[in-house]
Structures are given as structure tokens and as C-alpha cells.
Design a protein around this ligand. Structure first.
Ligand code: CP
Length: 329
């Protein structure tokens, strides 16, 4: 066994906090399981920095089933699998037999029969990944299902936040106050963030207009506010969300009904003025992709308080940890 492999085994449980069935949701995961994934990601990151061999799953195959657009998640899973020594089968909706009417389940079962060892699923409908997981005999990882969850995003957001706030030794986020701002109602990222961050001890407040942040979202285990300017100075982190136009009404209306992009920007955008009101040491996050000029200004991305690049960078190690755990290696 190589030194690097021994290090990986010492990182925690053999599964790194994820069971062999894969990962469909953060909700219901024990704190120790969430922290276990982050710890294992840190070991993978350290191994990468020292040039260690982390090919724990040579010859195994990941199948990317993406039935919604993606850049970060899809690329990150592909690179994570390659770093683990796996082969990658990348199946877009267009160009596969789903364009001829084959269902997601039939596609998943076909790829299992074709030799895939783990399926990564992104789909428009909430519950899709769970449905696939119940229908195949290989691990399934949810890469975002409708408005439900995007678990690896929630984990990578915690990873970036913990590192930026000096909490990467134990991944304990107790005492941190995090605002998640924007189109929460339509966001799977927000749901996974709330579950992951509160599980690790952070206090989370959801912020946005009533149309996007109804009081009922407090049932997730966090508080709700419509007043970003009233609370921004007390936050340790502010996660800006993309306005999910594709999930609004008919899919393309910008400003239909009570919601207006112009007033949204005035009240909730991360601008240079709001950036200046953050307390010392506070950070800004965005899962991407962003509506630049609507929920966040372009200049924010290059500010030293922005974690956006770190979120993407750390996502690689989170996905390595999740894949390794799912495969039991
Ligand atoms: N954050 C995220 O899920 O980005 P992609 O849609 O590009 O994968």
C-alpha cells in the first residue's frame, strides 16, 4: 500500500462519510458523515499537492447522466473520476437515446448493464436521483434534481467556507452566521446548503423577496428575512444564489407578476457597496453560474473576499471523496 493510500484510509471511515449506495441528499445525513466527506476531501487535496497517487478505483467506470445543462458539476465529476483512475462515460441528453424518447430509468438501467459502476444523475424533476437509486444496483450520486437537492454543492460550499474561516481541522462551523440570498424557493443548492451547514453547526438565514423566500422555508431549520441590508454586517458568509429563470412560470419571464428584476437588484444584489459593508473576515460565495449584473456584480468575483473560485476548486476533492465512498474504496 502506498503512503498516499494509507493516508486516505486514515482519513476516517472507509466510506469517507458516504455509504456504498451513493449520495442522493444531505437531509438526514449525520453530522459525522458530512464532516467525514470533508475530511476525506482534505486528504485528497493534500495528496494532490504532494503529487501522491490517488488512483483508488482503476478500471471502474463513472457514467454522467446529465439531463439538464451543467459546466461545473459535470466537469468536476469527470475529473474526479479520472483522478481516481476511473473511466468516464459522459452521456448528454441530446445525442443519447433519450432524444428518441428513452426514459431516464431506461437510460440508467442500460448504462448499468453496459458496465457503469456509479451513476451521476442531473435531472429536471425533484426525486429523479432517488428514483434511479431505487431502480439500479450501482451507487447513484445526485448532481441536482429540480428544486430538491444538489448534495455535492452543499458539501463543497461547506468545504470552502471551513477553509476560508480557519475551521478545516475539524470542519466545525459552530458560531458562523451564513446568509443565503436570492431565489431560494427554486434553489436545490440552498436546500443542500442549509442541511449541510446547519449539520456542521452554522446558523443560516434565508434572505430574499417574499416571492422567493416564503416564511414556510423556515421549516428547513433556519430563519427567514426579507431585509438583506439589515443583517449583512453581522454575517460571516453570504452565499448569493442564481435567479432560476428556467424554473419560473413558463421558463423565460423576467419580472412577471409581483417579482421585478430591477427592484430585486436594488434590494438583494451583491454590489461593491454591499461588499464594503461586510464585517472583517467575512466572505462572499456563489455556486455559479451567475446572472452577472442581477444578483451579483462582476467586480465581486475578483475581490479577495470572493470564494467563488475556491468553491469550484474544492468541488473536485469533494467529488473524489463522494465517489470513493460510494464505491467503498
Ligand atoms: N453550481 C452548479 O451546479 O453549476 P453547473 O450547473 O455549471 O454544474
Amino acid at each position: 500500500m502506498s503512503v498516499e493510500r494509507a493516508g486516505l484510509d486514515r482519513a476516517g471511515s472507509a466510506s469517507g462519510g458516504v455509504g456504498r449506495g451513493g449520495l442522493v441528499a444531505i437531509r438526514g445525513m449525520a453530522r459525522e458523515a458530512v464532516a467525514g466527506v470533508l475530511r476525506r476531501a482534505a486528504v485528497f487535496e493534500a495528496a494532490a499537492a504532494s503529487g501522491g497517487d490517488v488512483r483508488l478505483a482503476p478500471g471502474r467506470v463513472l457514467a454522467n447522466l446529465f439531463f439538464e445543462d451543467s459546466t461545473r458539476t459535470r466537469a468536476s465529476f469527470a475529473v474526479a473520476a479520472q483522478r481516481l483512475g476511473m473511466g468516464v462515460l459522459d452521456l448528454p441528453e441530446q445525442g443519447s437515446s433519450s432524444a428518441k424518447g428513452e426514459t431516464l430509468l431506461d437510460t440508467a438501467r442500460t448504462l448499468e448493464s453496459a458496465g457503469a459502476d456509479v451513476l451521476v444523475v442531473r435531472a429536471k424533476a425533484a426525486g429523479s436521483a432517488a428514483l434511479v437509486a431505487r431502480s439500479v444496483g450501482v451507487p447513484v450520486v445526485n448532481a441536482g434534481d429540480g428544486r430538491h437537492e444538489h448534495p455535492t454543492q452543499g458539501l463543497l460550499d461547506c468545504y470552502a467556507l471551513a477553509k476560508a474561516t480557519g475551521r478545516a481541522s475539524g470542519f466545525d462551523l459552530s458560531g458562523l452566521r451564513v446568509a443565503i440570498v436570492g431565489d431560494v424557493l427554486n434553489s436545490r443548492v440552498a436546500r443542500s446548503d442549509v442541511h449541510a451547514m446547519t449539520s456542521l453547526g452554522a446558523e443560516v438565514v434565508l434572505v430574499g423577496p417574499r416571492e422567493f423566500v416564503p416564511r414556510s422555508l423556515g421549516a428547513l431549520g433556519c430563519s427567514v428575512s426579507h431585509d438583506l441590508d439589515g443583517l449583512i454586517g453581522g454575517m460571516d458568509a453570504v452565499q448569493m444564489l442564481r435567479v432560476q429563470f428556467e424554473r419560473h412560470w413558463g421558463g423565460e419571464e423576467k419580472g412577471r407578476g409581483a417579482w421585478s428584476a430591477a427592484s430585486y437588484r436594488v434590494q438583494y444584489a451583491m454590489t461593491a457597496e454591499r461588499l464594503a459593508r461586510l464585517k472583517r473576515g467575512a466572505v462572499v460565495m456563489h455556486p455559479g453560474p451567475a446572472n452577472v449584473g442581477l444578483e451579483i456584480d462582476g467586480a465581486v468575483f475578483s475581490d479577495e473576499r470572493s470564494l467563488v473560485r475556491e468553491q469550484v476548486r474544492g468541488g473536485l476533492y469533494i467529488r473524489m471523496a463522494v465517489l470513493a465512498g460510494s464505491l467503498g474504496v
